[in-house]
Design a protein around this ligand. Structure first.
Ligand code: GDP
Length: 301
């Protein structure tokens, strides 16, 4: 099931191989233009598709790309270059003091709660003591759902004390509890929907601020969970979240059932934020560290 989503995208990219198979030095430019179209159709987005094709074009001009195999290699290298371009580490980076604090954001239905559960399971499995904070106080079932994940992963959970408590105040209390309880990692859930996007972004901003007021370098990670089935639609959403809370890593979910995984290349390119994890199913074990090389190998025909 590894990168099944990427392989589904590969079916869409199958035509790339046909295209490259027809390539000659004489029709090089036409082939590159068609390649650009194919990449756009596979959710890479116009800007990123152009950038990738331009890299190959440069190789042709400079005489480094001379054969069909060279084009295949250049395409792979160009996509990898985009995925590896962000400066932040591509793995979870939680600072040196304890607790490490992760703020998890994303719209409802994208897989935020499930991702938190999987992440808690993974970290607990590595020997870390994990505390979950049920910061999505607007969705009635959110705390209950998170409670289930806490039990399955052996993590602790902190939910709000009363109906009046605001998410920012709950997260601050959770961070205090994490410090007192020798917690290694605090994972904070947040709302995915409010009356308006403006209100949502304001609230996420105050959640982040409440954490950094209590611990200067917190949150160490701000993970944006993106629904992998939404294709390039995830890009505008990602921009909005990034503008408000400065994302440090992406999690692409539902990659097991979609042919739209190519969009992550575009989001990484536009935000310059690394993809850190991918979700490939609904159970605790279905979270994988993102590996750019394996992803591209699964993607390309
Ligand atoms: P939230 O509203 O963002 O917290 O989303 P949830 O975590 O409740 O997930 C919404 C739905 O997507 C649930 O039915 C999850 O089981 C499902 N889901 C989440 N991640 C994945 C994934 O990686 N693969 C698949 N197939 N389903 C997922």
């Amino acid at each position: 099931r590894v990168f099944q989503g990427a392989s589904k995208t590969r079916e869409r990219l199958g035509v790339v191989d046909e295209l490259i198979g027809l390539w000659t030095l004489e029709n090089a430019e036409d082939t590159l233009e068609e390649l650009e179209e194919v990449l756009i159709a596979a959710d890479f987005g116009p800007r990123t598709a152009l950038k990738i094709v331009d890299t190959i074009r440069d190789g042709l001009r400079q005489g480094r790309v001379k054969s069909q195999d060279d084009i295949r290699a250049a395409l792979r290298t160009a996509i990898l270059k985009v995925l590896n371009s962000p400066e932040q580490p591509s793995t979870l980076s939680l600072g040196s003091s304890r607790p490490g604090v992760i703020l998890v954001v994303g719209v409802n239905g994208g897989g935020k709660t499930t991702t938190i559960g999987k992440l808690a399971h993974k970290l607990q499995g590595e020997g870390a003591k994990v505390l979950l904070a049920a910061g999505d106080t607007y969705r009635a079932a959110a705390a209950e759902q998170l409670q289930g994940w806490a039990e399955r992963s052996g993590s602790q959970l902190i939910a709000r004390a009363d109906q009046q408590q605001k998410p920012a105040s709950l997260l601050a209390a959770a961070l205090d509890a994490a410090k007192r309880g020798n917690t290694d990692v605090l994972i904070c859930d947040t709302s995915g929907r409010l009356h308006t996007n403006y209100e949502l972004m304001e609230e996420l901003g105050s959640c982040k601020e409440a954490l950094s007021k209590r611990m200067a370098d917190a949150p160490h990670e701000v993970l944006l969970v993106l629904d992998g089935t939404t294709g390039l639609n995830m890009l505008n959403q990602a921009r909005e979240f990034h503008d408000m809370v400065k994302i440090t890593g992406l999690v692409l979910t539902k990659l097991d059932g979609t042919a739209r995984g190519g969009a992550v290349v575009s989001v990484v390119d536009e935000l310059r934020v690394p993809c850190k994890f991918v979700g490939v199913g609904e159970t605790v074990a279905d979270l994988q560290a993102f590996n750019a090389e394996a992803f591209v190998d699964a993607l390309l025909p």
